[in-house]
Write a protein that binds this ligand. Structure first.
Ligand code: ATP
Length: 466
């Protein structure tokens, strides 16, 4: 049996070799005597050629075989055996432009139906729209997500999820090499993870429970359990009925928490370096995938400063006010204000990535460390990328008495978080951390129009299938 080769690994070096390749029938062109069949494996395509077995042109296959292949449904999964040869002219329609395969044999491993709900060519329509200022076609987008298995086969989805994999790999590697221990915390919990209303309630053997809104309280408990640096990659559930291009009801949270030495900026610096190194590594390692994504969407290249740019919240307010925005000093930033601020900071500091620190205390959760010198503000920070929040973090209150006071001040029932609160009775080191959404980060890193692109099977208020 001839060796099974991956299309991406073939080149002119393999000329004259007989190989087996597997993939999907991407397209066919029958020129009467010659059949051109493009076979696709992920983002790699190869042109296979079959000459009709008429008088004087003996090939390995009969006219029946020719007719079968001519009519085979696109997306069928096939295996071809054939000889590689150097293409006379570059095969522009394929990723393998300098070689072709002369078909000697074939096996149809799994046939597709003829009527595909979306064709892969249709799914590449955004490419044609590129540069014409057209917004993404909502109807088609829904159709793509309804038929996600087919949509995942497109170059765009293949590229996005390879980059996503690289992102996960790199983050885990980076954190482990800096002493972080990967943990997994429960997603089925007996109270709201952080309090608040946005929880999915579930029936737990007749008792009320909910799906975790974040690993926040548990990762802190791991710190109190004396793991100095922890991180978690896991699902996060938010029952937010907001149909936006950056919110999902289930997303992958990348959370970290660490003991600090002097102050919370240690975490900010560590995370900034993680992101800068991550983006550089992805830009280098995933050039081809990134250029595929760029061929779909017109997105300016990402710029980031090698030095951390910090905008304390009060300064952010001044910047917005100086640009004609009337707003209260302690109000949270709206999505539009985040966008405006992103543009202002980009002009001033030439970076798409920066950090806002010292968020006002009324807009941060109860466990956030309030600035001891100015109770209006906290030791909380958000990282902004292309004018949107991609991660949020803070130093946490680690003293039991202070935490209990804060809980009382905010009117939270201590019983609802008793397991968390009690943990602090046994002493906790000063610590801080962050939580980021993987899909959100990928969206803004690549400049995708919608966060759903970066989740394999997205969940939003209107979508629970497939
Ligand atoms: P936002 O204000 O954007 O709704 P948030 O303040 O509720 O976010 P946090 O609870 O601080 O967000 O969550 C930390 C990070 O998790 C965010 O910075 C973002 O990257 C991600 N994230 C939060 N909510 C969602 C969501 N609904 N869908 C996708 N990612 C999310």
């Amino acid at each position: 049996m001839y060796p099974l080769s991956e299309i991406k690994n073939l080149s002119v070096v393999h000329s004259q070799e007989v190989v087996r390749v597997r993939g999907r029938v991407f397209s066919k062109k029958d020129c009467g005597r010659v059949l051109f069949l493009i076979v696709r494996d992920g983002i790699d395509t190869l042109q296979a050629v079959l000459v009709k077995n008429t008088e004087g042109t003996p090939t390995h296959l009969s006219i029946e075989d020719y007719n079968l292949l001519r009519k085979i449904e696109n997306e069928s999964f096939i295996e071809l055996t054939g000889q590689i040869y150097a293409a006379e002219n570059p095969v522009l329609a394929c990723s393998q432009q300098s070689i072709e395969l002369a078909i000697m044999g074939y096996t149809v491993l799994s046939r597709s139906v003829l009527d595909l709900p979306i064709t892969l060519k249709e799914a590449a329509i955004t490419e044609e729209k590129k540069g014409k200022g057209a917004s993404f076609d909502a109807v088609q987008y829904v159709k793509r997500l309804d038929n996600r298995v087919l949509d995942l086969r497109t170059d765009l989805a293949q590229a996005i999820f390879r980059i996503n994999d690289g992102m996960l790999f790199y983050i885990q590697q980076y954190l482990r090499s800096r002493g972080f221990v990967e943990i997994k915390t429960p997603k089925l919990i007996g109270g709201a993870s952080e309090g608040g209303a946005d929880v999915f309630k579930v029936d737990y053997f007749g008792k009320p429970a909910c799906l975790a809104q974040s690993p926040q309280l548990y990762k802190q408990m791991a710190i109190i359990g004396d793991f100095k640096r922890v991180f978690e990659v896991g699902p996060v559930f938010r029952a937010e009925n907001s149909d936006t291009n950056r919110h999902l009801t289930e997303f992958i949270g990348v959370d970290l928490e660490m003991v600090i030495d002097q102050d919370y900026m240690e975490v900010v610096h560590l995370v900034y370096q993680l992101l800068v190194d991550l983006f550089q590594a992805l830009n280098e390692k995933y050039k081809r995938e990134i250029s595929i994504v760029q061929s779909f969407f017109d997105v300016p290249a990402l710029t980031f400063a090698s030095e951390l740019v910090v905008v304390p919240f009060p300064e952010a307010v001044v910047l917005l006010q100086a640009h004609g925005k009337a707003r209260g000093a302690l109000e949270d930033l709206s999505t539009e204000e985040e966008r405006q601020l992103g543009a202002i900071v980009k002009e001033k500091y030439h970076t798409d990535l920066y950090v806002i620190t010292r968020y006002p205390s009324p807009v941060r959760p109860f466990y956030t460390m309030v600035d001891p010198n100015d109770g209006r503000y906290t030791h909380a920070y958000d990282f902004m990328l292309r004018g949107a929040e991609i991660l949020s973090g803070a130093q946490r209150i680690h003293d039991y008495t202070k935490l209990s006071q804060r809980v009382a001040e905010l009117g939270i029932a201590p019983a609802s978080i008793a397991h968390y609160l009690n943990a602090f009775k046994y002493g906790a080191p000063p610590h801080a951390g962050v939580g980021m959404g993987l899909e959100r980060m990928l969206k803004y890193f690549l400049g995708l129009p919608d966060v759903r692109y970066s989740n394999l099977f997205p969940r939003d208020p209107k979508r629970l299938h497939p």
